[in-house]
Design a protein around this ligand. Structure first.
Ligand code: SF4
Length: 350
């Protein structure tokens, strides 16, 4: 779907019939604290007749967000601890996050950076801050990959994207540029020839990580937008968050992973939800997550298997949460678990 404008206030949502009058006061309280935006493509996907609609749950503010638990934190994955200059997060030696923009086309209610993104968020980088970010990347030859995230980098105009890509083009040691985005789903019409040409200005190898959490998000329009990227030689991977009430079901999650693969997107990360404030209604137990992920093994093609990971709070990076498939066993052997949870000795005893 294209055209129309994004819904950005509780009144917009009410007018579009997405929230009822009874919820309006609480939604106003939520919107006073956390950013709200629903694009026409996402609004069209919401099933207004279903009170538990998994698309609505991801994007429409709810009173549950007013509950903040003691263990929740403003910077759940510890970006600030690894920020040498504004807009850069250097957590791992060979790559940096480059947060050039702080706004998104849609605001996910479970967002791990919800205290940093939005119109009142961390702010888009000023020209001098941009210069400092590029200088940092240029001065660190170990930076092999630059990951544009934020915010959603594909919300930038083609002119600004081309400018960023031209500045990366001259940094010889950067070989890979990756974008983390919701745009192909939230505003598929934005993935046009001009945007793709802008991305290709750098001459670097490009990867686009699509964030989607429910198979219904992969509409024909979204799939076509991804096909335009892939046909242009841009490789795609997925990232999803395992969310209670959205995709915490092996059938739904499996359908999502298959939709990615059908769209030529390799499933990459399945994140356990972070401890972002006001998001406890989305979190499930890690053991439950492991059972859901284990149910994909054996049932779905290996192409459809994402890595289930947890970002360790405090900026300690990602830890795999997949089933503990391989453990040392007696006599120098290994114990390997199959998809039914049965342990086998490897190498097998003759
Ligand atoms: S698109 Fe990403 S950064 Fe933006 S609100 Fe959603 S999860 Fe947060």
């Amino acid at each position: 779907m294209s055209g129309g404008r994004s819904l950005k206030t509780p009144a917009d949502l009410a007018e579009a019939g997405l929230i009822g009058d009874a919820a309006l006061a609480e939604v106003r309280q939520v919107a006073a604290r956390y950013a709200v935006a629903v694009t026409p493509a996402i609004a069209a996907l919401i099933d207004r007749a279903d009170p538990d609609d998994p698309i609505a749950r991801q994007f429409l503010p709810s009173a549950a967000e007013l509950v903040t638990l003691a263990e929740e934190r403003d910077d759940p994955i510890g970006d600030h601890a690894h920020t040498p200059v504004k807009g850069i997060v250097h957590r791992y030696p060979d790559r940096v996050l480059f947060k050039a923009v702080h706004v998104c086309p849609v605001y996910c209610r479970f967002c791990f950076r919800r205290e940093m993104v939005g119109p009142d968020g961390d702010g888009t980088l000023a020209p001098a801050e941009m210069d400092a970010a590029f200088a940092y990347i240029a001065a660190h030859p170990q930076i092999w990959e630059v990951i544009l995230t934020g915010g959603d980098p594909l919300i930038l105009s083609s002119r600004r994207l081309a400018e960023i890509m031209r500045r990366l083009a001259v940094i010889e040691h950067v070989k890979i540029v990756r974008f983390h985005t919701r745009v192909p789903v939230a505003s598929p019409e934005s993935i046009d020839a001009e945007l793709i040409a802008a991305l290709k200005e750098s001459g670097k190898t490009l990867w686009v990580a699509l964030h989607a959490n429910h198979p219904r998000e992969l509409t024909p329009q979204a799939r076509a937008a991804c096909a335009r990227l892939v046909d242009a030689g841009i490789a795609m991977i997925s990232q999803s968050v395992l969310l209670k009430g959205v995709n915490d079901d092996p059938a739904v999650l499996g359908e999502l992973m298959r939709a990615f693969v059908e769209t030529r997107i390799k499933p990459y990360y399945l994140h356990h939800p972070d401890l972002a404030p006001g998001t406890s209604h989305f979190r499930l137990d890690i053991g439950e997550g492991q059972r859901i992920v284990a149910a994909l093994r054996g049932r779905l093609s290996g192409l459809c298997q994402p890595a289930y990971v947890l970002d360790i709070p405090g900026g300690h990076g990602k830890a795999p949460l997949g089933p503990d498939a391989v453990r040392p066993a007696a006599d120098g052997c290994w114990s390997v678990s199959d998809f039914r949870g049965n342990a086998h000795v490897w190498p097998p005893v003759a």
